[in-house]
Structures are given as C-alpha cells and as structure tokens.
Design a protein around this ligand. Structure first.
Ligand code: SAM
Length: 663
C-alpha cells in the first residue's frame, strides 16, 4: 500500500525545504494539497517524485520544486489576489489557494480547465475560479492582481499581464525562444508606468501559446513531450532527477544522507580544491555523523604526520609535546590553518571529552613533507625512552641535516654533486626503532605509534626527495603509497574493527585507473589502493563546483590569494552538474544504472590544488576522467567560497584559546 501522506511529507522535506524553500506558508500548503489528486490515473505512485509528469493534451504537471520556487518568487501572501496562466492539472493553483485569498486561473485547453475545476470542487477549494481561454490577455475584470504566475514559456512578458499588475505586483514567467532552455523572469510593477526585472536562471517549460505568446505550431512539437521519460531527458535533467539535495551543513539531515556508507571500512572524502570552505564543511558534517553514530575513530588527512600529531594531542586531550613549534607553519598554511578545520577539531575535542581514552577519535596526517618535524619528533621520543639509541639516531639523521630546510635540493645534490646518500641511515634507523616495538610500546603505545610513523616518514621522504629530482610518476606513486601504508598502519593499530575517514584531494581519492593519471601517466593513488585492498568496503566520494572563489597561490611558496573560480568548461562533468540547476546535491553513482551508463564516457574534470592559475586553466587544471568509475558518489556545490585562514593573531606563542594552531 502506498503511504501517500508520508511520501508527501518526505517530498516537502527532501525536495522543497532542503533545496532552499523556507517560506512556511508554501511548505504548509504543499503538505496540505494531495498531488496524487492532480495526476492522471496510474501515475499516483509517482506523484511525490520531484519530476514533471504527463497529463492530457500533451501537457505536464510541473515539478513540485519548480511550483514552490515560482510561488516563492511571486512572493504571494495571505490576502493576495493572484492570476495563474496555464492551469494544466490545477496543482499549482491549488497550492496557491491555500495561501492567498483568491486565485484566478486560465487554461487554453477546455478539457484541462474542466478537469481542474472538478478537482477543486471535490477537494472543497472554493477560492479558485477557472476559465478556458487565452491567458496571455489576462483576466481584465478581476484585475489588478498582487501576483501573476505564468507556467508556460513565452517570447517575453505579455504587456496585458504587466498592465494587470497592481503597483508592487509581481509577474513571474519563463521567457526565451530556445525550446530546451528558458530564463525565469520576475517583473515587478514599481509605479503607474514603471517596472523592474530580475532573472532567476535557466528553466524548461512547455510553450505559452496565444495572442501575446507563441503562434500555434510556432515551436517544435517535441517540447510538448512528457518530461519524465528517461530516454527523453537530457543528461543534466537526468542528474537533476537523481540528485539528492543537500541540506545545511549543520542540519542533521546532511550527515544522514551518508548513512549508506556507514558499513565501510574506509570512507574517502575528496575535494576539488584545497581552498574551498564548502568542501571542508561537507567533510566535517559527514565525518561527525560517522564518528558519532558508527564508531569511526580514525580521521586521516592529507597533512604532514608531525603537524597533525599536535592536533591529535589536542582533540584527544593529551598534553602537547614540550618545545614543539606550532603546526602547519609551512606553505600552504591555509590548507589546515583555517576556520573550518579549527571548528571541526573543536568538535572532535568536545566529542572525545566524554569518552574513555581508548575510545577517542584521533586526527592523523598521511603526508610526507615535514621531514624536519619528523626527525625532531623521533629524537625527542628516543631521548625520553632510550637515550643511547637517541645518540645513534642523531648521528644517522645528521646526514640529512643540510637538507632539512630545503629538502627539495637534496636529490640534485646527491645525484649531481656527489653528496652522501642518506638512504641507508634513514632505513636502518627506522628498522631499529620498529625492532624495539615490544620494549618501547610498553611505556606508551600511542607515543610509539607516533615515533614509528615519524621514522617511516623520514625513510620514505628521503627516497621521495631523491627521486623527485627526476620528476615523473615514481615520486607521486611513492608518496601515495606511503599515505596508503600509513592508513593501513593506523587501521592495524586500531584493531580489526577500526574504521577510518580519509580527507584528501580528488586526485588522491578518485580511482587513478579511470583518469588520465593512471591511463596516460602510470600514476596510482590512495583511492585505487583502497579499492584494491578493501574492495566494496571502501567508499570513494568526490566533490566539485562550478564557480565562486577559492584560496590558492599563483606559485609554489607564494602567498595565499582569494581567486575567482572560472565557470566550468563546456566539456566538463562540472558543466553537466551546473546545468542540472540543483545548487547542492549528492549524486550516488551506483544507484541509477541509466545515468551511470550515460556518464561513463570520459569528460573533463577540474583539479585545483594549492596553486590555481585561471589563465591557463584548461591546460593546467583539467584532466580526462570517467566520473562514475572514479568515484562511488559525487557531491556538488554550484557556487563556493574560499576558506578563511586563521589570522596572524593565531600564530602568536602562548595564546591558550587558539591552541592547537597557535601553540
Ligand atoms: N500549473 C500547471 C500544474 O500545476 O499542473 C502546469 C501547467 S503546464 C506546465 C502549462 C500549461 O499552460 C499547459 O496546460 C498549457 O496548455 C497551458 N497554456 C499554454 N499557453 C496558454 C495560454 N495562452 N493560456 C492559457 N494556458 C496556456
């Protein structure tokens, strides 16, 4: 049995409220009007999908979200007199009638007008008058109107309708001569003969046919086809239909949408730039849910291990390591020293407060770059647990000392200037430390994990900087393999039931085998390695945007700038998402075979890192990928904003309230 009232409530919550319609009168009216009474027999079960449906005479009942959106734009209020042109099924008129005093509605097909009238009578809606005729001429006897809503698209806003507006009255109408895409226009009467206009973006409607509309047969016949049959839908329309709108980040509904991934061993959350606030906030909201409800205890991020360790001590209520400098002081500081990350780490600390130390969620770095921080941490650890071993370690790491501040010069020096290679020393030190696990770990397991990871990092970084000199895939692969192995060590240390959330760039998380990286350059990444190791128990989730601002530098080591993100390229997946006209959504790429199939063919995807060069964007920031193979799901934020870096006041020493970033 269909539970239609429940489906109606869900539609209002998921498709209307979460997509940004907050007007209470509209939400209440949509909860009240039974849409199933306005669809043709046999279509009742689809009444609460957010899609247009076919009705008689080749027309459509509009998509619920569009109905709500147009009513909101028309700003209708109790006491208003409203004219609707294009009664169709009568649904939109019925919804408005629950808000305003009187609705007048005109339909050019007499059969539709008659059916709508009977529906209103049956439901007892007495404040709607229906007429059959050409609505482009308006309803002069009932004018002036506080609002006029036209639900078919014309070449422009008919003059008769503009003149029948009261002063301050609003006319909402789709206009434009492209049958596939029109603009939603709002005309407001500002005085006796003055009007203002606003454009609310792309929409798609059946044509307005009449004296001040299109001539009969004046537009291609196929625009009258029902919009919901999958084969007749364009790709952006299919995305819009499959898209699950995302609520506010703080709405519990945001995290709940990701419960479908809660049974995975690892959930990897990507991002299309390192400087976009929405990406960080989305990852925080999903992670909060997985940590709070599903016992994920490892948050592993694309940050350097020793820096993340300072944050980890803070969120797990452990004392800071003595004498250590504030974390994330190296370029690109804004990637982790930003207000979104600070808010998330505060949340982790608060969440952990009520838990036993062994149950607390930790914050770990997977990356390789802070070799000097790691050397310092290993020596500090050995000084405490085994001063004799510390002496030997100091000697071994001494080989790397000249390069600590500029490790990128190490490779060249070794290969071209005959400097000593430090490979053996770094590896031997790592082996020695790991061999003492039983001894050392007895003193403090958490500290041993930290020290051993630092020793591994030094060995990997020595190798990385040496081969980086050659460029190419080898150094990238070494770095991603190190990140993956660090994740494995964390999972091992947490036991067989441990589970992790990973935060890294899309280029690390989207399975490299289905991107230019793997296909052309032989590069692998964490996403690929996780799929190979965990199969279906890994979920790979990417993120993208169309335009807005981003925090990024122009050159490596350059200063952070807030840059404009160019609108996405016409051949990109991003452009398809943008044209869906759903502002923020989750696209589950494994739930809709028809859509998956159509998205498989490779297109461009945009990658913005810590560097963004809009001038050369197509060459430097786009790559060929197959999105449904690269990810299991994709999150879309049409317009996005740059992260806010923590200001200089946070870098001062000894400011307790800015710990752990200020330390
Ligand atoms: N508001 C309707 C609903 O909720 O079901 C959807 C209407 S449908 C998208 C547009 C309607 O406009 C069609 O029924 C079409 O016949 C009607 N129409 C087109 N031109 C018209 C005109 N000049 N006057 C009145 N109705 C017109």
């Amino acid at each position: 049995m269909l539970d239609l009232p429940r489906a109606r409530d869900r539609m209002v919550k998921v498709h209307i409220r979460r997509r940004g319609i907050h007007d209470r009168e509209i939400l209440q009216a949509m909860r009240e009007v039974p849409r199933e009474a306005f669809v043709d027999p046999g279509f009742e079960e689809f009444a609460y999908e957010d899609a247009p449906l076919p009705i008689a005479d080749g027309q459509t009942i509009s998509q619920p979200y569009i109905v709500a959106f147009m009513i909101e734009m028309a700003d209708v209020k109790p006491g208003d007199h409203v004219l609707e042109v294009g009664t169709g099924s009568g649904y939109a008129a019925a919804v408005m009638s629950r808000i305003v005093e009187q609705v007048y509605t005109i339909e050019r097909h007499p059969g539709l007008a008659e059916t709508a009238k009977r529906r209103f009578e049956k439901l007892g809606y007495e404040n709607i008058e229906v007429r059959a005729g050409d609505g482009t001429k308006g309803w002069p006897e009932a004018a002036p109107f506080d609002a006029i809503v036209v639900t078919a698209s014309g070449p422009g806003a008919p003059l008769a309708l503009q003149e029948q507006l009261d002063v301050a009255g609003r006319l909402v109408i789709p206009v434009g001569d492209d049958p596939e895409l029109q603009r939603l226009l709002k005309v407001t009467r500002t005085g006796a003969a003055t009007y203002s206009e606003e454009d609310f973006g792309g929409v798609r409607f059946v044509p307005l046919i009449g004296e001040q509309g299109w001539p009969e047969n004046g537009r291609p016949a196929e625009v009258n086809r029902p919009l919901r049959h999958p084969h007749s839908l364009s790709l952006p329309e299919m995305i819009a239909t499959a898209a699950e709108p995302l609520p506010d980040f703080d709405d519990p509904g945001f995290g709940e949408l990701f419960d479908r991934f809660a049974d995975r061993r690892v959930v990897l959350l990507g991002e299309a730039s390192h400087g976009t606030s929405e990406f960080y906030r989305a990852r925080a909201a999903i992670t909060r849910r997985l940590v709070e409800e599903y016992d994920f205890t490892i948050v592993a991020v694309e940050a350097d291990w020793p820096d993340a360790a300072a944050i980890d001590r803070y969120v797990r209520h452990r004392k800071p390591r003595a004498g250590v400098i504030a974390p994330f002081q190296r370029f690109p500081t804004w990637m982790w020293r930003n207000t979104d990350v600070a808010a998330f780490t505060e949340w982790m600390r608060h969440h952990n407060e009520k838990l036993q130390p062994s149950e607390r969620a930790g914050f770990y770095g997977l990356d390789i770059y802070n070799m000097s921080g790691s050397i310092e941490a290993v020596l500090d650890y050995l000084d405490r647990v085994d001063p004799q071993a510390a002496k030997i370690a100091r000697e071994r790491y001494g080989c790397l000392t000249p390069w600590q501040n500029e490790p990128s010069t190490y490779g060249r020096a070794v290969l071209t200037a005959g400097y000593q290679k430090c490979e053996k020393a770094a590896l031997q030190q790592c082996r020695d430390l790991l061999a003492k696990q039983l001894d050392y770990a007895q003193q403090d397991g958490a500290d041993f994990l930290d020290a051993s990871q630092n020793a591994r990092l030094i060995a990997a970084a020595e190798h990385y900087y040496r081969i980086m000199y050659y460029g190419g895939a080898e150094s990238w692969n070494l770095r991603d393999t190190h990140m993956f192995q660090t994740l494995e060590h964390l999972l091992d240390a947490g036991g067989p039931k441990s589970r992790a959330v990973v935060w890294a760039h899309n280029s690390h998380i989207g399975d490299a085998r289905y991107t230019e990286m793997g296909i052309v350059r032989d590069e692998l990444n964490i996403g690929q390695l996780c799929r190979e190791r965990f199969g279906d128990r890994a979920a790979l989730i990417g993120m993208g945007t169309h335009s807005g601002t981003v925090a990024a530098a122009t050159d490596w080591d350059g200063k952070m700038e807030v840059k404009q993100v160019r609108p996405s390229d016409a051949d990109s997946y991003e452009r398809l998402c943008h044209e869906s006209r759903v502002p923020r959504f989750l696209l589950d790429l494994n739930r809709n075979d028809a859509l998956r199939e159509r998205l498989l063919e490779r297109r461009l995807e945009r990658f913005i890192g810590v560097i963004y060069r809009p001038e050369t964007e197509l060459r430097s920031h786009y790559a060929d990928v197959s999105l449904p193979k690269q990810f299991d799901a994709f999150l879309w934020f049409d317009r996005t904003a740059a992260v806010t870096p923590l200001g200089p006041e946070h870098a001062r020493t000894g400011v307790p309230d800015t710990y752990p970033f200020g330390l």
